[in-house]
Design a protein. Structure first.
Length: 210
C-alpha cells in the first residue's frame, strides 16, 4: 500500500494519540516518497514545533534517510530541540513498502520543557530512555532551509576551524560530514554548500566522491 492509501488510518491514529496526551503532544505523518522539504501530509497539535502541512522532515529523519534503506530503523524516546529552545521527547516510526524502502514516517513529539523545569524540584518526574549529551540532540525546524543552516554549522564545528582557515582536506571532510547527515537530500543544498565553502559545484561533487 502507498502512504496515501494508508493515510486515513494513520490520521485516525494521530488524532487518537494527540487527544489522549493533550496539547503538548504533536503527531506528524510524513510522505517520504516525494520532496523531503514538504513531507508533512497531516499533523495534530502542530503548535508544539510550529510546523504545518507542507513543512519538511527533521534533522533526525534526514540523517536516517541518507544511508542504506535496509538500515533505517524506528527510534523511540530521543530528545530534540525546537529553534525556540523547547525540549521535545520524540519517537519516529518508519513506514516501509513491500521492498523494505521507507515511504512514510509516523512521528510523535511531546513537549517536556515544563516537566524538565519541574524536574529540578521533583527529580523523578520525567526521564528519557537513553541519556543524550548536547551534541546528540537533534533539531526540529519549520523549514528544511533552516535545517540546512544548522547542518552546515555542525559541519564547521566538526572541523573545528572557520571556513577561511580550512584547506582542501578540511573542506572535503566537512562536505562528507554533510553528505552522511543527509544534507544533500535538500533541494539546492549544493548551491548553498558550495557558496559557504567557496568552491564550485564541480569541486563539491569531487569532494563528495573523494
Amino acid at each position: 500500500m502507498t502512504i496515501q492509501e494508508q493515510k486515513p488510518l494513520l490520521e485516525r491514529l494521530a488524532k487518537g494519540i494527540a487527544a489522549l496526551f493533550g496539547e503538548h503532544c504533536e503527531v506528524t505523518i510524513h510522505d517520504l516518497t516525494g520532496d523531503v522539504e514538504s513531507s508533512i501530509i497531516a499533523i495534530e497539535n502542530g503548535e508544539v514545533t510550529g510546523r504545518h502541512i507542507g513543512d519538511g522532515a527533521s534533522e533526525r529523519v534526514l540523517d536516517a534517510l541518507s544511508g542504506d534503506d535496509a538500515k533505517v530503523q524506528d527510534e523511540y524516546c530521543y530528545l530534540a530541540r525546537t529553534k525556540e529552545g523547547r525540549m521535545i521527547k520524540s519517537s519516529s516510526i518508519f513506514i516501509k513498502d513491500e521492498k523494505g524502502r521507507p515511504i512514510g514516517l509516523f512521528g510523535i513529539n511531546y513537549d517536556i520543557t515544563d516537566l524538565i523545569m519541574a524536574q529540578r524540584a521533583i527529580d523523578s518526574t520525567v526521564s528519557v530512555e537513553k541519556p543524550q549529551d548536547e551534541a546528540s540532540i537533534g533539531a526540529i525546524t519549520t523549514n528544511v532551509s533552516d535545517l540546512l543552516d544548522i547542518l552546515i554549522e555542525e559541519a564547521d564545528a566538526f572541523i573545528g576551524k572557520p571556513v577561511a582557515m580550512m584547506n582542501k582536506e578540511d573542506k572535503t571532510r566537512a562536505i562528507q560530514y554533510l553528505s552522511e547527515r543527509g544534507a544533500f537530500l535538500v533541494k539546492k543544498a549544493g548551491d548553498k554548500v558550495s557558496k559557504h565553502y567557496g568552491i564550485s559545484k564541480y569541486t563539491l561533487y569531487n569532494y563528495m566522491d573523494a
